[in-house]
Design a protein around this ligand. Structure first.
Ligand SMILES: Cc1ncc(COP(=O)(O)O)c(C=O)c1O
Length: 250
């Protein structure tokens, strides 16, 4: 979606992604490419797109006497340099906010995210927060990004949405990104799915939620019905009842 956005606004040179060493974002080809856990990547490497990998701010590696914030600030210099060098060709930076889970539960200070948000704005590069593992209270706040007081351009959510009862994921984005699709002459809008089924189309503009994020794409369930459809379906099956329970927060 970030790549597509930049094309829609006439910046087609922006086609690369920046990521952190030790990161994990999944194992479909695009997600695997922006991750950095060799165990998963090794065999598929010939198929993966080329990404720019920046050293992780992992605070386990901080110098003796150095605070988490000092270490995270110091490590941000690598990101700043990479952004300065690659902004003209970069769509987005993708991070797991605060905790790199699959990479060994490596953690860093929220100041890194604050600096990253500011630098992404300055360099005109999107910030993607993969909160699939840390969202929904796993780090103490509802979303990890809140601890840095930032709002990403894209937020990926999954597991915590249903607590694992259903395969359900969503990508949230800003009104600015959303508008670049609704006003574009581009022939397609993102409509793919990561959860084994055709996804819902983008909602019509007048029905789009506005704050703090606009729900945009990849809302789907195992059967291809949208969450809205699930919530309003007759309570015939056990799965439907489970969804209703999740949707109502029970
Ligand atoms: C941070 C993060 N991103 C992405 C994924 C991939 O999610 P999925 O397996 O649903 O593709 C995971 C899975 O553990 C994850 O921890």
């Amino acid at each position: 979606m970030s790549f597509h956005y930049w094309r829609n606004v006439g910046r087609s040179a922006k086609r690369r992604f920046l990521t952190l060493s030790n990161s994990y974002h999944g194992e479909t080809l695009g997600a695997l490419a922006v991750g950095d856990v060799d165990l998963y990547k090794q065999i598929y490497r010939p198929l993966l797109m080329d990404v720019i990998t920046v050293p992780s701010p992992d605070c386990y590696a901080r110098a003796p006497g150095e605070s988490w914030a000092q270490h995270s600030r110091r490590m941000f210099a690598h990101m700043e340099a990479a952004l300065a060098q690659h902004a003209h060709e970069a769509c987005a930076v993708i991070v797991e906010p605060l905790v790199q889970c699959a990479g060994g539960m490596r953690m860093y200070d929220p100041v890194y995210l604050t600096l990253l948000r500011e630098a992404c704005d300055r360099h005109q590069v999107h910030l993607i927060a993969d909160e699939i593992a840390v969202g929904f209270g796993r780090t103490g706040s509802m979303f990890a990004c809140e601890q840095a007081g930032i709002r990403p351009d894209f937020m990926c959510l999954s597991k915590g949405l249903t607590g694992g009862y259903l395969p359900l994921s969503t990508v949230m984005t800003t009104d600015g990104v959303y508008q670049a699709f609704t006003t574009s002459t581009s022939s397609s809008t993102p409509s793919c799915t990561r959860t084994a089924s055709p996804a819902t189309r983008w909602p019509a503009p007048q029905r789009a939620p506005v704050s703090p994020f606009s729900a945009t794409t990849t809302c789907s369930s195992a059967t291809g019905r949208s969450p809205r459809a699930w919530a309003s379906a007759p309570a015939r099956s056990r799965t439907t009842r489970t969804w209703r329970k999740c949707a109502s927060g029970a």
